[in-house]
Design a protein around this ligand. Structure first.
Ligand code: FAD
Length: 826
């Protein structure tokens, strides 16, 4: 069998060894630089609070599995590695109380049993709280304490018995490779052969990545933890030294959390300034490590903790009976978006990473990695966790440090789903940026790009907006990062024409004599059609889950332009292209990211053809360029590729050209558009228009957890096509009725907004969750996509829970706008 080396015997590495052997893998060696009884990484001092509820469904699923697994991991004393004391998050501000209601909604969406408590109920659950400052809370009975260091020892014992080999005090100093694949690891005691290497090196991930030239975008940060002296009134209430009976407690309004350690208290604090650490500067792990001397534990800086101690004594007055007995600045990993890093190196086959993982998510992440290795896919969606999800510009040490520091500061903050990072900004701007600024664009950031959400220049249109297009009054939360101007931009797109800058959307070029073979093998569509055709298609994994959706424009015999999603698509297609080229050089194929260096403008709306007629003598009627096709043309003297595709449901085109011609193209279209009422429009309107048109967004409305039948995309599977990745699984899925389906909901009162991730109730039971939502300007009511059981049908009544309030909605026929496609046939 294939030989595996796991680097690091923390909670992630040992769980991974366990997950692999339990799936029948043998020949596994875990190499750990520290002594095995106490390796000295973050796990060795982790207080182990497990709060499962997270805005990310995947993170919640990871945590739920950690609870399940550690609860069943028993020592010889019969005790498990999880103390199910429950969790309590308290609110001391009205904003936080609202936030806890939102969180209660996520819990219902992800299947975690939680309850919002009144002040009195909080005091019943946690009598030590100061009743004068607590307003209410969220109780999660299944949360608790992971005994992480003990779990590591038990997992080592269990896996050793079935042959896993552990090498302690053995640092990995290099990675051996040959022909693009790993072959082994180098240690001071010699090399160890390996077909697969998984780095579970925690906050040393950057250093291990550097051994193979892989930038691992994590930032080690110091975080303060203090233990008090014994609290007199708590004496005898818990077994010593680590016993706990009261729920784990979070006081997020002041960046604090608490647990009991016998009759002492443990206090964790995130309110201090970010303290980034360079792991390499810690030096080698010594041969002797103990609770107080370990590389992941830095000297305490009491001056940073001052406010925390005062606030803690205020929240838990019994702490006044104690002192701060010991403290340390412990090290753990942060990432630019707070998610973990899971996946294979983009360029070195067989080198994997599972890092920036909390104890809370450790078993879940280990299971995901084991599933990737053994069956090729994780049951949990990894789009927010993929190692390669970051753009290259997001992996520089400076960027990682700055964004991770912000992440540290915001770790307990109330974060709006559209809230952009504050800095760095303007990393990537469209060539049309200056024009957009002139029009008063409001920008939000994604993947380092600045994208206009709406244009203040369109504010005047609100006065001429017909009554049925007038935006409804929104609540304060859904009004953030929003402007009613979006309603005017949607109106203009549906009634005249609008220019959308699509430059930030990813464009790849797939070229070479093997291009058709590659895309034919990887996608659900028939891409062998002649140059000039455009195909909307899906990338599936071999289990039929949706890896991505692509629009393929065949420009020439051997050249496709591909509209793709994340950086992960580039990595996946490049890897598959390399494999194909290696096995059959006649069918060589290259994949190139052409997003930078090119630009794309979308011009859509019933008057858009008039605009095109003013700037080109070419024929853009259905006869001249049917939907969906692509042709080369000139606009205002600029060479362009014009693609007749529309995500908003009106006639129009995507116009592609190289970056240096972008301004000229914009200006030409802009001038020609004025007599036809054309405006510039932003993402906010685009997002709403695509939703009413039923266009799914990858990463939210569909992921690897969904097959095309569940996502309502069966029409994208080319009938009779064989031999593509995922086909066998699809065939099997096609014989049964999907037990859940993506549905479009319309909100009954015509105005209550929802934002996404809210639970959906049928007959009083939470049975699904909202994936994306917007105001449907053309239908005059909020709309939402949601995964619901197959038994739910069009016309059924449902309820969406928004900040604790139930909103009536109805399952609508999808799409709600122009189902006959009559708007596109003109
Ligand atoms: P580690 O435990 O650090 O393991 C990585 C291992 O890799 C180390 O043992 C290291 O020695 C080894 N290694 C590294 N490089 C090499 C090499 N070149 N060769 C060989 N071996 C190598 N999380 C929670 O979920 N709940 C909490 O309440 C919580 N509280 C925390 C409080 C503090 C103060 C801190 C600092 C962290 C806390 N965390 C908490 C986070 C949690 O401790 C970590 O995220 C988690 O332990 C990381 O586990 P790991 O296995 O990835 O890393």
């Amino acid at each position: 069998s294939r030989s595996v080396v796991i680097i690091g015997a923390g909670i992630v590495g040992t769980n991974l060894a366990d997950e692999l052997v339990s799936r029948g893998w043998a020949n596994i060696t875990v190499v750990e630089q520290g002594p095995l009884d106490i390796p000295g990484g973050s796990t060795s001092h982790a207080p182990g609070l497990v709060f499962q509820t997270n805005p990310s469904r995947s993170m919640s699923q990871f945590a739920q599995y950690t609870v399940e697994k550690l609860s069943s991991l028993l020592g010889s004393d019969g005790e498990s590695c999880f103390n199910p004391v429950g969790g309590l998050e308290i609110a001391t501000t009205t904003e936080r109380l609202e936030e806890l209601k939102r969180k209660n909604g996520w819990a219902a969406s992800w299947g975690i049993d939680t309850r919002v408590l009144s002040k009195e109920e909080c005091l019943e659950v946690y009598p030590l709280l100061n009743r004068d400052i607590v307003l209410g809370g969220l109780h999660i009975p299944s949360d608790g304490l992971a005994l992480a260091a003990r779990a590591v020892q038990l997992l080592m014992e269990r896996t050793r018995r079935v042959g896993v080999h552990y090498l302690g005090s053995t640092p990995v100093t290099g990675i051996e490779q040959s022909d693009g694949r790993v072959t082994g690891v180098v240690t001071p005691n010699g090399s160890i052969q390996a077909d697969i290497i998984i780095s579970c090196a925690g906050f040393w991930g950057v250093e291990v990545g550097a051994m193979v030239g892989l930038p691992v975008p994590l930032q080690p940060m110091a975080h303060q933890y203090v233990k008090t002296s014994p609290v007199a009134s708590q004496e005898g209430k818990n077994s010593l030294p680590n016993g706990a009976k009261l729920p784990i407690l979070r006081y997020q309004d002041q960046d604090l959390y608490y647990r009991e350690h016998g009759d002492r208290y443990g206090i964790g604090y995130y309110g201090h300034r970010p303290m980034p650490v360079v792991a390499a500067s810690l030096g080698p792990t010594p041969n002797h490590v103990d609770e107080r001397n370990m590389p992941s534990r830095l000297e305490f800086t009491p001056e940073e903790f001052g406010p925390a101690w005062k606030l803690s004594q205020e929240l838990l007055p019994v702490l006044r009976e104690s002192t701060m007995a010991e403290g340390f600045n412990g090290i753990l990993s942060f990432t630019p978006d707070g998610g973990p890093l899971i996946g294979q190196s983009p360029t070195l086959d067989g080198f994997y990473v599972a890092e920036a993982v909390w104890v809370t998510h450790s078993a879940g992440v280990a299971r995901a990695m084991a599933e990737i290795l053994t069956v090729g896919k994780s049951r949990v969606d990894l789009s927010g966790c993929e190692l390669s999800r970051f753009e290259e510009v997001q992996t520089s040490p400076g960027y990682v440090q700055e964004t991770s520091s912000q992440d540290f500061v915001e770790v307990y903050d109330i974060i709006h789903p559209f809230q952009p990072r504050e800095s760095p900004r303007n990393l990537r701007v469209s060539p049309l940026y200056a024009r957009q600024c002139d029009l008063g664009a409001y920008f939000l950031e994604t993947g380092g790009w600045e994208r206009p959400e709406w244009y203040e220049a369109n504010a005047a249109l609100l006065k001429s907006l017909p009554a049925r297009w007038q935006p409804v009054q929104r609540d304060a939360w859904s009004s953030r990062y929003y402007s009613p101007i979006a309603a005017a931009e949607a109106w203009k797109t549906r009634t005249a024409a609008a220019l959308f800058d699509m430059t930030a959307s990813r464009r790849l070029e797939v070229s070479g004599p093997g291009a058709v073979d590659l895309l034919q093998r990887l996608t659900t569509g028939d891409v062998s059609k002649a140059p000039g055709t455009v195909t909307y298609t899906l990338l599936l994994d071999k289990h039929g889950g949706i890896l991505s959706d692509l629009t393929l424009a065949r420009l020439y015999e051997h050249v496709f332009q591909v509209s793709a999603n994340g950086h992960t698509d580039l990595v996946y297609l490049s890897r598959e292209a390399r494999k194909q080229t290696k096995t059959n050089s006649d069918k060589h194929v290259q994949v190139r990211d052409i997003t930078g260096g090119t630009c794309c403008l979308g011009i859509w709306g019933p008057r858009s053809r008039d605009v095109m007629a003013a700037v080109s003598t070419d024929d853009f009627t259905q006869k001249g360029l049917a939907q969906p096709r692509v042709k080369k043309s000139f606009i205002g003297g600029i060479p362009v590729w014009v693609m007749s595709v529309s995500e908003v449901g009106e006639i129009g085109w995507e116009i592609h050209t190289s970056a240096e011609c972008a301004l000229r193209l914009w200006d030409t279209l802009w001038q020609a558009g004025q007599p036809h009422g054309m405006i510039a429009a932003g993402r906010h309107a685009f997002y709403a228009l695509r939703l009413e048109k039923g266009v799914r967004l990858w990463g939210t409305d569909m992921t690897t957890e969904h097959n095309p039948y569940e996502a309502g995309l069966e029409h994208v599977i080319q009938p009779g096509k064989e031999g593509f990745v995922g086909q066998a699984a699809l065939q099997e899925a096609s014989t049964r009725r999907p037990n859940r389906r993506l549905r479009c909901l319309t909100v009954d009162d015509g105005q209550s907004m929802v934002m996404g991730k809210e639970p959906v109730y049928v007959s009083g039971r939470a049975v699904g969750y909202v994936t994306s939502a917007a105001f449907g300007y053309s239908v005059g009511r909020p709309i939402a996509f949601a995964y619901l059981p197959g038994s739910v049908s069009v016309g059924d009544a449902v309820e969406i829970e928004y900040f604790g309030r139930r909103i009536g909605a109805t399952v609508a026929r999808d799409p709600v706008y122009d189902p006959q496609m009559s708007r596109l046939k003109v």
